[in-house]
Design a protein around this ligand. Structure first.
Ligand SMILES: NC(=O)C1=CN([C@@H]2O[C@H](COP(=O)(O)OP(=O)(O)OC[C@H]3O[C@@H](n4cnc5c(N)ncnc54)[C@H](OP(=O)(O)O)[C@@H]3O)[C@@H](O)[C@H]2O)[C@@H](O)CC1
Ligand SMILES: [K+]
Length: 518
């Protein structure tokens, strides 16, 4: 499913209203109806006449959604109290209409002004079965005002179930940034498309379950090509990863050549080349400096190991070039970089090799470092390569600081992918896959336990294996990112602290099965 910024969502709403002629009040009615249904679902163990809701509303359309929900809940027989925070002179027209309906229905409405009002709010929250957070949605701007902050703090310490409308109030819809406070929701019901801030950190920590309702917005508007962000979720992977045919043999399942390892870094070479097989490719061959041959062949069984001429013990240089090119002829994909070392001659050789090989390439770790010495050389690579940098490697490649990169991550990543004509798998707590046409795919799986040595090596091998198997085509990188994250989540079921890269490796086939089976 695509994901939208606040501006894009506003644009979609406007087009639904102005081009398709759907009234804003009708969209709000649909939103409010869905909210009421979900709220009753959260309280389904309590008889409806005993259900008690506390609706916290701002004066924008987010609050308006809350007013509609209040009406539907009251009509169903539930007890509803509505607390309004904000300047009612700033009511949006649709919010005002729905507020007036509640007034006509003699709903219990309180405007929070005095200390007494705050006390009433505190007590109502304590005794409610569900809090509906309709304070702020996509229209949040600037610092949180003190009354909203105070209200959020009361909700977050109440220990009651919270249904947030569109966004957990306080989370920036465009970035996921929480400036001061934000609601921690049990469930967030969002409209049209999920917003970027629901997917990115720290916003994603506030959402609870995310439910998306399209509230009658025409599908054409929700699938427009100019919305260039998409979540990598289970549905995405199932749509893009074809099933393996029955009549296959190892050569037809994809062959990956991995150029990796140096003295002290044989583990990286093993993890990446083994991930190739564990994710499903048919053949994985590891090539490395000849003095590492004995140890690498002892550490590998299914992966074939071949020695390359070296310039120093464990260090590769120009002398290995022709050999590698010759071996590479038999392979579908070449993965370079894990633990390869940063010797100047190695770096030069890697750059030349990447440019000479007319094959799908996955460049990781030290191969990315090699290009950071001459970034423009990346543009000479014949087929669009996949690079898998973490933020430090990306900043180094672009010759900027990590904090500058973080400040404007999406825009810089888009520009870099276009400039270098490369696919960037930008590893962080929310890995992004960025394409030269500006499309960004954001993963929805993975956990903090995966911040562990060798995790990136497993990812590089996973992606190379998926590319080689040719069952995910152009979407191989996001599919690989998802399967790696899911494998990490499966491994994390036994505890995230202490999760090691080998655990992710062992769960790759299980992750793939989970997708195939569902
Ligand atoms: N458009 C549509 O068709 C549909 C839109 N829908 C819904 O509309 C929502 C967007 O509505 P929106 O644009 O009215 O903004 P919204 O999130 O209510 O916030 C504005 C209010 O917040 C206030 N406020 C702002 N910043 C603040 C701060 N830092 N601290 C404190 N207060 C702050 C601001 O106050 P003001 O600055 O005006 O004084 C104003 O009162 C969207 O999320 C979805 O739920 C659905 O109904 C489907 C159809
Ligand atoms: K909200």
């Amino acid at each position: 499913m695509k994901i939208a910024s606040a501006e894009q969502m506003r644009q979609i709403d406007n087009e639904a209203i102005n081009q398709f002629g759907i009234l804003e009040i009708a969209l709000m009615e649909n939103a409010g109806h869905e909210i009421a249904k979900e709220a009753m679902n959260l309280c389904k163990d309590i008889a409806i006449a005993r259900q008690s809701y506390c609706i916290l509303a701002g004066c924008g359309n987010n609050g308006g959604d809350g007013f509609v929900a209040a009406r539907h809940l009251m009509n169903n027989g539930a007890k509803v109290k509505i607390f309004i925070l904000g300047n009612t002179e700033h009511f949006t027209p649709s919010a005002k209409i729905n507020y007036n309906v509640l007034v006509n229905m003699k709903a219990e409405i309180y405007h929070i002004v005095s200390e007494r009002d705050w006390n009433r709010l505190q007590i109502s929250i304590t005794f409610s079965d569900c809090i509906i957070d309709a304070l702020l949605g996509t229209g949040i701007h600037g610092q949180l005002r003190e009354n909203i902050k105070k209200c959020i703090q009361i909700v977050n310490t109440s220990n009651r179930p919270v249904l947030s409308i569109d966004m957990p109030s306080g989370v920036n819809a465009n970035t996921g940034v929480v400036e001061s406070d934000a609601i921690f929701a049990t469930t967030t019901i969002t409209f049209g498309l999920p917003k970027i801030g629901l997917i990115m950190y720290p916003g994603c920590k506030h959402t609870g379950n995310i439910i998306v309702k399209t509230i009658g917005i025409p599908n054409d508007l929700l699938t427009k090509e100019d919305i260039k962000q998409e979540a990598i979720d289970e549905a995405f992977v199932k749509a893009h990863l074809a099933s393996r045919a029955d009549d296959v043999y190892k050569g037809s399942c994809g062959k990956v050549l991995t150029l990796a390892g140096s003295t002290g870094y044989t583990g990286a070479a093993c993890l990446s080349s083994q991930a190739v097989l564990k994710i499903g490719a048919g053949i994985s061959t590891l090539i490395s400096a000849e003095s590492l041959y004995d140890i690498l062949s002892m550490k590998n069984t299914e992966v074939m190991v071949k020695p390359l001429p070296e310039i120093l013990p464990g260090v590769l240089g120009d002398s290995a070039m022709e050999n590698i090119k010759d071996i590479a002829k038999d392979f579908d994909v070449v993965l370079m970089g894990p633990g390869l070392g940063r010797n100047d001659e190695t770096c030069q050789m890697v750059r030349k090799l990447a440019i000479d090989l007319d094959k799908p390439l996955v460049l990781d770790a030290d191969a990315i470092f090699a290009f950071s010495q001459a970034p423009d050389e990346l543009k000479k690579i014949k087929q669009v390569p996949i690079l898998t940098p973490h933020l430090g490697e990306m900043a180094n490649l672009l010759h900027i600081t990590i904090s500058d990169l973080k400040d404007n991550l999406w825009e810089i990543a888009r520009k870099a992918a276009e400039y270098f004509n490369a696919i960037f798998v930008l590893k962080s707590e929310k890995t992004l896959v960025v394409y030269p046409d500006g499309n960004i795919f954001v993963t929805t799986v993975g956990n903090a336990g995966m911040a562990t040595a060798g995790s990136g090596d497993v990812l590089a091998g996973t992606i190379a294996g998926i590319v080689a198997e040719k069952l995910a085509g152009k979407m191989s990188a996001p599919v690989g990112v998802y399967l790696h994250g899911l494998a990490g989540d499966l491994a994390g079921e036994n505890g995230q602290a202490g999760l090691i890269a080998g655990d992710i490796l062992l769960n790759l086939s299980k992750a793939r099965k989970q997708i195939d089976n569902k």
